[in-house]
Write a protein that binds this ligand. Structure first.
Ligand SMILES: [Zn+2]
Length: 517
């Protein structure tokens, strides 16, 4: 009797479950996203000539010598920005003399290029314009920490270009213009109008640069862009355990940002007769409560679940079972992600206590203490929910919470095979990196795209170059670098994208495909 019960209630359901997991895994491993290969095959694109690869690398290296550092909001190197403008003019003579290209300096230091397409008949199925975005500024460097080359020397050593901005983001600025100059050399006439926007203060807010570019576009009657592509994720090597292929990650949203101040006010006094609780003690308990009670996992509410299902076909079998059966196994994957701060940040709003203040004399109990808390908000979370969580875990009305700075996560842009702008970018990536697997994700870092939210609901992020575990550390770190070979592919990507976007079928799909939040 007992064994019959075991068979009916345990063995049979367990067998069904194993078969179901196996079936899902097989189906998902066979699934290949057919990114739209009706577009011009890469072999039919004008081939970027290799013989001038060195010249192009040297032009990028020269751009890296110009110290366009953003120090803090409203504090940037204006002279250097103007020098960089001049370097662009000198490097790309066709762009800067073409009658169909307009160059506007925006708010003194940012640049907006308008490439006028020759097909402007609005009744003739002309596609709305799109924009390629990048930024001219860079972050400062720590003194004396670069080992291989000086950060502003612009050196090329053994086929590698070193310097601040090699990845973030002067390779985008120079790469986009190299691609455009190359197409102009080849007498290519664009049908579709598009914009290239280079902000000058992305590293300290983007308010003065991209913010003003967006304002200028609106003032000149541009109310809608088909899509905007900016820096962001990369074509990543060794990104996920169990996946050997390169993963081309396209950012479809980015986290929000909130800085809160916690403050406590209590009666001050002499340290010889201390009360049971002090402002510092109450604040310390609040900080401990925040650090030991992370915000809830939002796994499955943003693009992170789709990220794993997109890469499941490239994963090794054990990982593939996990990634293909997230309907059942997502709590397990969520648990695995929470083991490391890097992967945990993907799935939840993060909390970092960054400043703490209280007390001024060794024998005085202070009347107040305060702490600054920085949150990076998951796209499925909100400021109200963040504050509500904090209040609940602190559970002490004496701790006041004040919002110092906040901007929301960007909306999740639609993605998938049937979203034309996403498909256009994905298929252009596949033309250059055919063996890579495309995956959507939320970017933990912020870009100028948050300034373009009102102009387009198709905002995407990818820096089209291979990033290895070694080169990853160079972004905002030391020895920032890109190989000449990778930079060549970088430019090829923009050539492919500009040509693909100019095809009449580039906008034929309009279906939205994403989970509503
Ligand atoms: Zn950047």
């Amino acid at each position: 009797m007992c064994s019959k019960v075991f068979v009916i209630f345990v063995l049979v359901p367990a067998s069904f479950l194993v078969i179901l997991l196996a079936l899902n895994t097989v189906t998902s491993r066979q699934r290949q996203f057919q990114w739209d290969m009706n577009r011009k095959d890469v072999t039919s694109l004008p081939q970027l000539d290799r013989e001038r690869i060195q010249q192009r690398a040297e032009r990028l290296a020269k751009a890296l010598t110009i110290q366009t550092i953003s120090w803090e909001r409203d504090v940037f190197e204006t002279e250097a920005l103007l020098q960089l403008h001049q370097h662009l003019k000198n490097s790309f003579p066709l762009i800067h003399s073409s009658p169909s290209i307009e160059v506007n300096v925006i708010n003194g230091y940012s640049l907006l290029y308008t490439i006028h397409g020759n097909n402007n008949d609005k009744n003739d199925g002309v596609l709305p314009p799109y924009m390629l975005a990048a930024h001219l500024d860079v972050v400062p460097v720590a003194n004396g920490t670069w080992k291989v080359a000086d950060p502003f020397e612009g050196r090329i050593i053994d086929g590698v270009i070193y310097g601040r901005g090699a990845l973030d983001d002067k390779s985008s600025v120079m790469g986009i213009l190299e691609a455009l100059e190359f197409l102009l050399e080849n007498k290519y006439n664009f049908h579709r109008t598009f914009y290239i926007g280079f902000g000058h203060d992305e590293e300290v807010s983007g308010f003065e640069g991209a913010g003003h570019i967006a304002k200028h576009l609106k003032e000149t009657g541009v109310s809608h862009l088909d899509f905007v592509l900016d820096e962001g994720y990369f074509v990543l090597e060794d990104l996920v355990e169990g996946v050997d292929d390169l993963v081309s990650v396209i950012g479809v949203t980015e986290k929000g940002y909130a800085t809160l101040e916690l403050s406590v006010e209590m009666t001050p006094g002499h340290s010889s007769i201390p009360p049971k609780e002090t402002a510092i003690g109450v604040l310390a308990k609040a900080v401990l409560a925040l650090e030991t009670n992370p915000h809830p996992s939002m796994f499955g509410h943003g693009p992170e679940m789709d990220f794993f299902s997109y890469i499941s076909s490239s994963a090794k079998i054990g990982h593939s079972v996990l990634f293909s059966n997230l309907w059942l196994l997502s709590p397990l994957l969520s648990k695995l992600l929470s083991r490391s701060p890097v992967t945990d940040a993907i799935q939840r709003t993060t909390t970092a206590v960054t400043i703490i203040q209280g007390g001024y004399k060794h024998n005085v109990i202070p009347g107040s203490a305060s702490a600054t808390v920085n949150h990076r908000i998951h796209p499925a979370d909100s400021l109200d929910q963040v504050i509500e969580h904090n209040r609940r875990v602190i559970n002490d009305p004496r701790v006041r919470i004040k919002v110092i700075d906040y901007y929301p996560p960007t909306p999740i842009s639609p993605y998938g095979l049937d979203v034309s702008a996403f498909n256009l970018i994905a298929s252009s990536v596949k033309q250059i990196y055919p063996s890579s697997v495309i995956a959507p994700a939320c970017s933990p870092a912020n870009t100028d795209l948050r300034r373009y939210v009102e102009l387009s609901d198709h905002l995407y992020r990818i820096t089209p170059t291979v990033l290895t575990p070694v080169t990853r550390g160079g972004i905002h770190g030391d020895d920032e670098q890109i190989t000449i070979e990778h930079y060549h592919n970088f430019i090829r990507f923009y050539v492919a994208l500009m040509l693909n976007a100019d095809q009449p079928e580039a906008g034929h799909l309009t279906v939205r495909h994403h989970r509503e939040l």
